[in-house]
Design a protein around this ligand. Structure first.
Ligand code: UDP
Length: 236
């Protein structure tokens, strides 16, 4: 397949070594890997997660703070990560712009189809932060929305395993790696690579999802070219 633009989902986890904060070595590696995709002639949109700081769903019925409050903090956490990423990409001479559904300072543009369309035409690297700007969603959902708005041919989801398995490979020795699977299969079997809302939207908007290990060198480009083990979730 000839890829013109791809959406790369960077989970918050990939920013950190443990549960919290930033790991500069990991960040450098991610930025080098993004840079390699762009150098190969493919434009990039990025969606940034916030799981290294907070995940709202973990506060559902916690009695500590309301889910909606945790989600608000979660959305802002993605903004911190996005600003970090922008700086590191600009340092590599990658022309990138942050967009968000939230109204934000620090030269962050408002996310809407017209702004995104112009950025796509100018071949800019687009960093989407703040999710959909609403609680109860995840950055998986905005990844699919962002992929569609910025005309991406595929969504790249780097994880801590080398693709999708029929059951949890960390718990079951006989878990089978799935090279190709449909959105229906992923939803029916409750495979936790993305949430159900994101899978349903990806099916409706026909955006294939590539799943692979974040810990392979040059993982994004290699996953696209089929040079590392991966799973592809699509219609067929
Ligand atoms: N979030 C939200 N609405 C959105 C996107 C994200 O409320 O549209 C909040 C939610 O609390 C989520 C957190 O932001 O847990 C961080 O996003 P996510 O969990 O997707 O980050 P990741 O796990 O990919 O690092």
């Amino acid at each position: 397949m000839n890829f013109k633009r791809v959406l790369i989902k960077i989970s918050g986890e990939l920013f950190s070594s443990g549960n919290n904060g930033f790991n500069n070595n990991r960040l450098n590696e991610i930025c080098n890997n993004i840079s390699n995709v762009i150098s190969s002639g493919i434009d990039v949109s990025l969606v940034v997660g916030g799981g290294n700081i907070i995940r709202g769903r973990e506060f559902q019925n916690s009695g500590i703070i309301k889910r909606e409050t945790a989600d608000s903090i979660g959305m802002l956490a993605t903004v911190l990560n996005g600003i970090m990423l922008r700086e590191m990409l600009l340092n590599r001479n990658i022309d990138c712009v942050i967009v968000s559904a939230l109204d934000l300072p620090f030269d962050i543009k408002k996310l809407n189809p017209f702004v995104v369309n112009n950025l796509v035409q100018d071949h800019k690297t687009i960093i989407i932060v703040g999710g959909l700007g609403l609680p109860y969603f995840s950055t998986d959902t905005i990844s699919v929305v962002g992929a569609s708005l910025s005309h991406c041919d595929a969504i790249l989801k780097a994880t801590n395993t080398d693709g999708v398995y029929d059951k949890d490979p960390n718990k079951y020795n006989d878990a089978q790696h799935l090279t190709q699977l449909t959105y229906e299969f992923a939803i029916e079997h409750n495979l936790q690579v993305m949430d159900e809302t994101a899978f349903l939207l990806a099916r409706n908007l026909k955006k294939p999802i590539f799943v692979f290990s974040a810990f392979e060198e040059n993982c994004f480009l290699k996953a696209l070219n089929g040079e590392i083990r991966r799973s592809v979730v699509s219609d067929d």
